[in-house]
Design a binder for this molecule. Structure first.
Ligand SMILES: [Zn+2]
Length: 290
């Protein structure tokens, strides 16, 4: 699943290509239509597919912004402003092409769910193999309350204090530290990969109860998470399974990971073990991480 660095990579790639351009029309896949007819809401979340196609038409893409693991397309039509919120889910990917045949990876080309035709003649294409991604057209953030509950951006000055404060709440204090740092209401954008890496760097066992860590340890852990996220942003993110940056581009952070997906500890060569925490496989070194 793309985490903050991967989403940041997508936004940095897309921004210079789509900002300032106008969406002439949008076309959603038959799968999106059929799913809505069956009472499910594949990909398009708060509008009927036909409504969505009308809503987004003739909007200018004023600005692109990443917030946590979301992409905000700030849209403008006359004096009115809207936001198209995108979450990439497990395997969402964006492409900008002049013909969909330019999408060379068949697994993405076969799972195109939205084609935004830009006035420039380019196609802004959203593909999603597993269809856990989201496109949500809203007027303002408050229209989708979960967005209001997101922790501050990890690089914001207040983010560390916010993390400490949240981690001391009864709701989080007794939970495993890994579950807490992966919770978007505590820290924004840190998922399984970077939580695994940060805990290994700190030699903390992922299942350790949050309240067993001192404030000082939590503060250091927070800064280690930020460092890991920044290192990954600088490497273009991790290219693991179905994540791609735009047009199928790949990051290189996967080569720098020290614990995620490893069979052996790179420090002591002990075989790694894993636990399921908050539904995610948590790999750790039983020797180094206490
Ligand atoms: Zn070890």
């Amino acid at each position: 699943m793309p985490e903050l660095p991967e989403v940041e990579g997508v936004v940095r790639d897309l921004r210079p290509i789509v900002e300032g351009k106008t969406i002439e029309s949008v076309s959603l896949s038959d799968v999106v239509y059929t799913s809505h007819e069956a009472g499910k809401q594949a990909i398009v979340k708060n509008a009927k597919p036909s409504q969505f196609e009308l809503l987004v038409r003739d909007m200018k893409i004023d600005k692109l912004e990443r917030r946590s693991k979301y992409i905000f397309f700030h849209l403008k039509k006359d004096d009115e402003r809207f936001i198209l919120v995108n979450h990439l889910g497990m395997s969402g990917a964006w492409f900008v092409v002049t013909d969909v045949l330019e999408i060379t990876e068949e697994k993405f080309r076969k799972h195109i769910h939205a084609i935004f035709t830009l006035a420039s003649g380019e196609l802004l294409v959203y593909a999603d193999i597993r269809r856990f991604g989201e496109l949500r057209f809203i007027k303002e953030i408050a229209d989708h309350p979960p967005l209001l509950k997101m922790a501050p951006e990890p690089f914001d000055e207040i983010a560390c204090d916010f993390f400490i404060m949240q981690s001391e709440k009864p709701k989080f204090a007794k939970k495993p530290i890994k579950e807490v740092i992966m919770d978007g209401q505590v820290i924004s954008g840190c998922g399984n990969i970077y939580a695994t890496e940060a805990l290994f760097k700190m030699l903390i066992h992922p299942g350790k109860a949050t309240n067993e860590l001192s404030r000082e340890q939590k503060t250091t852990l927070f800064h280690v998470i930020c460092d890991v996220l920044q290192e990954s942003i600088d490497s273009g993110g991790s290219t693991i399974s179905d994540y791609r940056s735009i047009n199928g581009g790949a990051g290189t952070m996967q080569h720098r990971l020290k614990m995620y997906g490893k069979k052996q500890c790179v420090v002591c060569e002990t075989n790694t073990e894993s636990l399921v925490i908050a539904g995610r496989t948590s790999t750790y070194c039983p020797q180094c991480q206490k």
